[in-house]
Design a protein around this ligand. Sequence first.
Ligand code: PLP
Length: 456
Amino acid sequence: MLTNDQLSKWDQDHFFHPSTALGAHSRGEAQGMIIKTAEGCHITDRDGNRMLDAFAGLYCVNIGYGRQEVAEAIAEQARELAYYHSYVGNGTEASITLAKMVAERAPEGLNRVFFGQGGSDANETNIKLVWYYNNILGRPQKKKIISRWRGYHGSGLMSGSLTGLSLFHKKFDLPLDTVRHTTAPYYYQREDASQSEAEFSAQCAADLEALIEKEGADTIAAFIAEPVIGTGGIVPPPEGYWEAIQKVLKKHDILLIADEVITGFGRLGTMFGSPKYDMDPDIITIAKGLTSAYAPLSGSIVHDRVFEVLARGTDENGPLGHGWTYSAHPIGAAAGVANLKLLDSLGLVQNAGEVGPYLTEQMRKAFEGHDHVGDIRGVGMMTALELVSDRDTRAGFDPEKKLVPQIAAAMAKRGVIARAMPQADIVGYSPPLCLTREEADTIVGVSVEAVAEVLG
Ligand code: PLP
C-alpha cells in the first residue's frame, strides 16, 4: 500500500485542488485530509481517524455514506451500460425513470428535467434557457439576470457571476456585465437594527424594485436565488420575504429561478424548499441531494409555461443547440433512482424536519447568553452559529485572526467536521439527513468545547 508520505508528496506536486490556497498547499503548509471510507454520518481517514461529518461533504450526502443499495445500482448500471448519450432524444431506463421521479416530487407544473453534471453547469443551462425563451418571445433586450449578494450559484463564468461573494469574482474579471446583485435577506446583519423582519423584507423588495426600475424592467430576464442562502452564511429568509419579492417579479414579468442545489431533496424537512416558502419558480436548479453525491448529476426542472415556449422555439429554429456529453449519464441516473428510493423508504425528509430543528435548538440552549454568540439560526438540517466580537453592535472579529477556521480546526481535532463559512464569522452545519439526536448532541458538545478553546 502507498504510504501517506508518498501520497502527500504526489498531492503537493500534482493535484491542483479546487477552492484551495494553491501556494500553501503545494509547499505542504495546508494539507487536507485523505479520506478512505465512510458510513452513515462518519468518514474515516487513512490513519483510521473517524470523524462525524456535520457538513455532509459539501451539503450533498443527504442519505448518508456507505449505502450499499446505491453502490449496487451504480455497479449494475456500469456492468449493463456504462454510457450512452442523451442527445437527439436518446435515453436509458435509468435516466427516463429518474426524470419521472423528479417531476413527481417537484412542485406543480415543473415537469421537464434537463440533466447536467453539477450545480454550476445547471445554472449555466438555466441562463441560456432564459435567454432563448426571451428571444423566442421577441424581446431580445430582456437578458440581464439579478441575483443577491451572498447568494452562491457556482463558479463557472455565468454561475460565478451570479454568485454574490467577492472571493469568486476577485481577479477573475467577474461578474459578467449582464449580471446585477441586490440586497441579501440577511436580517441579523441589517443596517437598521430597529427594523422588524417584515420591515426588512419590505426593504429588500423595495431595493429589488429600485434596481429593476434603474435598469429598466424590459432589460431584466430573471431573478435567481436560493430559498435559504447556503454558502453565503446559512440564512433562512426573513418573514414575508418571498411574498414581497415575488410580487415585484410578477409585476415586471421577470422569471424566478429557485436554486435548490442545497435545499432540494429534503434538506429543509420538505422535498423541495420552494413550496415551504410559497415560491412559484419557473425553473428549479437541482444537484447534490439528487444523487446524494454518489455520482455527479444535476438538473434544471423547467415549468410547463417555459417549456412550451422553448418547444415552440425548436419547432421554428431546429434542435436546441445546448447539451453536454454527460447529460443524464446512466451511472448518475442509476445512482439518482436508488438515492430517491432510499430517501423515501428511510423517511429521511421527515428525519431532517425533526432532528435538524433539534440540533438548532440544542445549539441555542448550549450557547445561551454567550458573549460572542450573536445568532443561532437554522431550518431543517441546516444550522448556523454566528460569532461576533460585540453582541450589541453585531460587529465581527478581525478577519486576519481567522477565528472561525480556528474553531473548525478545534472541532476537527475533536472528531467533528463543521464548515467555516466565507466572508463572515459563521460556523455552518449541514449534516446528512440521517443524523440521530445522539449525533446532534455530539456536534453541539464539540462546538461548545471548540468555541471555548479558541475564544477562552
Ligand atoms: N448552487 C448552489 C445553491 C450551491 O450551493 C452550489 C454548490 O455548493 C452550486 C450551485 C454549484 O454546484 P457545483 O459545485 O456542483 O457546481
